[in-house]
Design a protein around this ligand. Structure first.
Ligand code: ADP
Ligand code: MG
Length: 492
């Protein structure tokens, strides 16, 4: 397979070997379970968990004579995902049988798509620490998941749980376009984010709804591709980085010792942080692919695809661009706020009709900071968007100072209630009454004659006076008014 564009990583991404620099080349096959109520070819529940073999129809158990019936909802989700990956949607695709024997595969074959997948070439834009990287998509196809073999329940027996058998998977194959573990991690993160925005996959890696096989090879910068190894069983983004770095160093070690890489499938051992050989790479012909005679080719109408396209939600890239343009946010803030659709929506509720940057500051620094500390998400936040918006308004209108606003946020977080009413009831209002401020200013000046002398030769001491007045007014004085008045009284 060709990469999308001849790209050599930046020198800083190269790995120093004993005999010069090396570059890592990575391509990924991501399996994403379609978020659907029922399976790809049967009406059984596709829900995670349940007692073993609770969610199994006669089709999933491959009883003789049972026929698969395509779940159109799953097809729609594959098309929506394809559109989210800016990919070609194929009007005609074919389901094939991929034949192999495994106890958790009762049919003796997996229904998949081989030569004619439902989605063709596309592209994912990835931001790696401020650097833009385009990762090409080779294809996306639909296939069935297998069941699960359980070996650790009994000393000399194995069990098979078919709950997952027949669930719809989207296999998303990237081009070998990534050049570092960072890029690979950013790619999977972005893929997950796009699917979560679309609602086509929940992206839960612990439950196995998102799994990645990572193909890794190394080469001299600018040289032809080397032989690759495929790493299976990597179930977290952090582990992906570890697996790639370990595997690249292993291959470099072999090559520098004059050896060659055997194309094989390897397993990542998270405990040891190593990859180890599992089996030599199987070839396509080993699977004896052929079109499944029980299923007609999948034919999609142009209108149907156009309708789906028109109804797609705004996706992360567009949202980030709009946040930067409409609210004047930095790329970084726009990305943080857009990480999840729910957090972006929350921000927009706070920002609507207000200053975008102030709203972003409050959402990111105060709210997200606090939520992270408590292990909560925006869906369970004790401070609603309306309440946070009200706090921002109270600052903007000069009713409270920024310092009091933080205290107010704490009160709303722990006790709830209307921020404006709390300010009223607890006397948190900023003192704008010049008489009261003047009184406090004069008291501080009278009590500190030595400092008054010092500030005359060292004007930066003014800050100390402002601080003292703020303290004596319980943080409620308007700092600008205090500073202005001090300047007059101290004869600046
Ligand atoms: P196969 O048909 O053997 O599964 P594919 O051509 O479908 O191989 O590629 C599978 C994955 O391996 C793709 O994600 C692709 O980007 C990646 N890949 C292909 N060649 C290389 C290579 N030399 N180094 C790293 N990854 C590669
Ligand atoms: Mg492949």
């Amino acid at each position: 397979m060709m990469e999308s564009a001849k790209r050599v990583a930046e020198k800083k991404d190269w790995i120093k070997g004993a005999s010069g620099d090396w570059e890592i080349v990575i391509g990924m096959e991501v399996h994403a379970q379609v978020l659907a109520r029922s399976k790809l070819f049967s009406g059984a529940s596709a829900e995670f968990g349940g007692e073993p073999n609770d969610h199994v129809s006669l089709v999933d158990a491959a009883m003789p004579g049972m026929l698969p019936v395509i779940n159109s909802f799953c097809v729609e989700q594959a098309v929506r995902t394809g559109l989210g990956l800016k990919a070609q949607i194929n009007r005609r695709s074919v389901f094939d049988r991929k034949n192999y024997f495994y106890p958790d595969l009762p049919q003796g074959y997996q229904i998949s798509q081989y030569k004619q997948p439902v989605v063709g070439e596309g592209q994912v834009h990835v931001d790696v620490e401020g650097r833009a990287v385009e990762v090409g998509i080779e294809r996306l196809h639909l296939e069935q998941d297998a069941g699960k073999s359980l070996h650790d329940q009994h000393p000399n027996m194995s069990f098979v749980d078919l709950n997952r058998s027949g669930c719809a998977l989207m296999e998303i194959v990237s081009k070998p376009d990534m050049r570092s573990a960072e890029e690979a991690k950013a790619y999977v993160t972005k893929l997950r984010q796009i699917m979560r925005y679309l609602g086509t996959c929940d992206g839960n890696m612990e439950q196995g709804s998102l799994r990645a096989d990572i193909n890794v090879s190394v080469r001299r910068p600018g040289a032809e591709f080397g032989t690759r190894c495929e790493i299976k069983n990597v179930n977290s983004i952090r582990f992906m980085g570890q697996a790639i770095d370990y595997e690249a160093r292993r291959q470099i070690g072999i090559l520098e010792d004059g050896g060659s890489i055997a194309q094989e499938t390897r397993l990542f051992d998270a405990r040891k942080g190593e990859t180890r050989s599992m089996r030599s790479k199987e070839e396509a012909h080993d699977y004896r692919y052929f079109p499944d005679p029980d299923l007609l080719p999948l034919e999609l109408e142009e209108n149907w695809i156009a309708g789906i396209k028109a109804a797609l939600p705004e996706l992360p890239d567009e949202k980030i661009a709009r946040f930067m343009k409409d609210y004047g946010l930095t790329a970084y803030d726009a990305q943080v706020l857009s990480a999840e659709r729910a957090s972006a929506d929350f921000f927009e509720q706070v920002a609507r009709g207000r200053d975008g940057k102030t709203a972003a500051n409050w959402v990111i620094n105060e709210l997200f900071g606090r939520l992270n500390k408590e292990g909560k998400g925006v869906d369970t936040t004790p401070v609603s968007a309306a309440q946070l918006g009200e706090i921002v308004d109270l600052i903007a209108g000069g009713t409270i100072s920024g310092k009091i606003a933080k205290d107010l946020f704490e009160i709303v977080w722990t006790e709830g209630g209307s921020p404006a009413a709390i300010v009223e009831a607890r006397g948190l209002k900023q003192v704008t009454d010049t008489g009261a401020i003047e009184k406090a200013v004069m008291e501080i000046i009278a009590a500190n004659p030595d400092k008054v002398e010092q500030v005359k030769v060292k004007p930066t001491m003014l800050g100390w006076f402002v601080g003292q007045v703020m303290k004596s007014t319980g943080g409620k004085a308007n700092p600008q008014a205090v500073s202005d008045l001090l300047k007059v009284k101290l004869g600046f």
